[in-house]
Design a protein around this ligand. Structure first.
Ligand code: TRP
Length: 321
C-alpha cells in the first residue's frame, strides 16, 4: 500500500503536526511505501517572506529527519523539487468545478481569519490533489481538518478518470479517532493560523510560557474537574498511556486538583519526550550541505514515480502531440 502526506512549512512544527501526521508517518515507513514531503508551494498561500519560507522549509526537513524519517526507507522530499506538480495542477484544474472549491471549509475559514483570498488560496485543494494523484497514493494520513481536501481529491480523480479513462488511483483519507483534533493552548484546533501552538523544538523557557498559558476553566480547586471538557487534559493525554490517562482522569474527578500542577507535569513530559531528538536536529541544522544532498536524492527518487503518472495524464488529455 502506498501512503502519502505532506506538511506545510508555514511556521515551526508543533504538537498538532506531530501527533496528527509526523509520528504516524514515521511509523508507517516501517511497513509501507511511504511518501512524505514538505509542501512549500502550499505555504506560499500564507507566508509572504522569502527568508522566512526558506528557513521554515529547511527546519521542517531537519525536524522530520531528526524525529526519524528515514530517506532510505521512504520517499522524503520537498514539494518544489518536483515542480512538475504544478503542471498536473493545471491539468486537474480543468476538471475541477468552481462549486467544489467554493464549498471548501479551509478556504472559507482562512478567509474569515483574514488570510488574503487570492487565487492560490482558492486553488489550494487542486495543488493538493496533484500532490496525491501524482504519486498514486492509496492512503493519506491527515488531521480531521484535511478530510474535505482528500474528498475533493477523490472527486477530481473520479471525474478525470471518467472523462479521460482510468488514470489515477482513488485515495482514502486516514484519520485516526483519538488524535483527530489536537487542541491548541486556547482550545481551538492547534494551528499556526490561530497562534495557539506548542512547538516541538521550542527552547524550554518558551515551552514553559506556552504550557502555562493553556486555557483552563474556573472550577475552584476544591471541586471536581471535567477531564472531557479540558484542553489541558486533551494535550497531556497525547503523552500518556491508556493507564496513565485513567489515573489522570481519576485525579480530575477528585476535589483538590490544581491545574498549575498538571501544567508543570505536562511541561516536563513534553520536554522529556522530544529530548532524544534535539541533538540530532541541531547537527542537521548546522550541516546544510548534507541535508541538501539528502533532499536531492529524495527528489530524484520521487520524480520517477511522479513522471509515470504525469506522462499518463499528459497523454490521456492529449497534451503530447
Ligand atoms: N493541506 C495539508 C495541510 O495543511 C498539507 C498538504 C499538502 C497535504 N499537500 C498534501 C497533505 C498532500 C496530504 C497530502 O495539512
Amino acid at each position: 500500500m502506498r501512503i502519502l502526506s505532506g506538511i506545510q512549512p508555514s511556521g515551526s512544527l508543533h504538537l498538532g503536526n506531530y501527533f496528527a501526521m509526523m509520528k504516524r508517518m514515521i511509523e508507517y515507513q516501517e511497513n509501507h511505501e511511504l511518501f512524505c514531503f514538505i509542501v512549500n508551494y502550499h505555504a506560499l498561500t500564507s507566508v509572504f517572506d522569502a527568508e522566512k519560507l526558506k528557513k521554515q522549509t529547511f527546519e521542517a526537513i531537519c525536524d522530520f529527519l531528526a524525529l526519524g524519517i528515514d530517506p532510505d526507507k521512504s520517499y522524503f522530499y520537498v514539494q518544489s523539487d518536483i515542480p512538475e506538480v504544478t503542471e498536473l495542477t493545471w491539468i486537474l484544474s480543468n476538471v475541477t468545478p468552481m462549486g467544489l472549491l467554493e464549498r471548501g471549509h479551509s478556504y472559507k475559514d482562512k478567509k474569515a481569519k483574514g488570510v488574503p483570498a487570492n487565487h492560490g488560496l482558492f486553488a489550494y485543494p487542486v495543488l493538493m490533489a496533484a500532490d496525491i494523484l501524482m504519486y498514486g497514493a492509496n492512503l493519506v494520513p491527515v488531521g480531521k481538518d484535511q478530510k474535505q481536501h482528500v474528498e475533493m481529491t477523490r472527486d477530481i480523480a473520479l471525474k478525470f478518470n471518467q472523462i479521460y479513462g482510468e488514470t489515477f488511483v482513488i485515495p482514502q483519507p486516514d484519520i485516526p479517532k483519538n488524535v483527530a483534533v489536537i487542541p491548541g493552548i486556547d482550545g481551538q484546533k492547534m494551528s499556526k493560523t490561530y497562534g495557539n501552538t506548542i512547538d516541538i523544538f521550542a527552547p524550554k523557557n518558551e515551552l514553559k510560557k506556552k504550557v502555562m498559558s493553556i486555557v483552563t476553566d474556573a472550577t475552584p480547586i476544591e471541586e471536581p474537574k471535567n477531564p472531557d471538557k479540558c484542553n489541558l487534559f486533551a494535550i497531556y493525554s497525547l503523552f500518556l498511556s491508556k493507564d496513565e490517562q485513567k489515573l489522570l482522569r481519576e485525579r480530575y474527578l477528585k476535589p483538590g486538583l490544581k491545574y498549575s500542577d498538571i501544567k508543570k507535569e505536562l511541561l516536563e513530559a513534553i520536554w522529556k519526550y522530544f529530548e532524544p531528538y534535539r541533538e540530532k536536529r541541531e547537527s542537521l541544522i548546522n550541516d546544510r550541505q548534507e541535508v541538501k544532498k539528502i533532499m536531492q536524492k529524495g527528489a530524484d527518487k520521487a520524480r520517477q514515480v511522479a513522471s509515470e503518472y504525469l506522462n499518463k495524464a499528459r497523454k490521456n488529455v492529449g497534451i503530447n502531440y
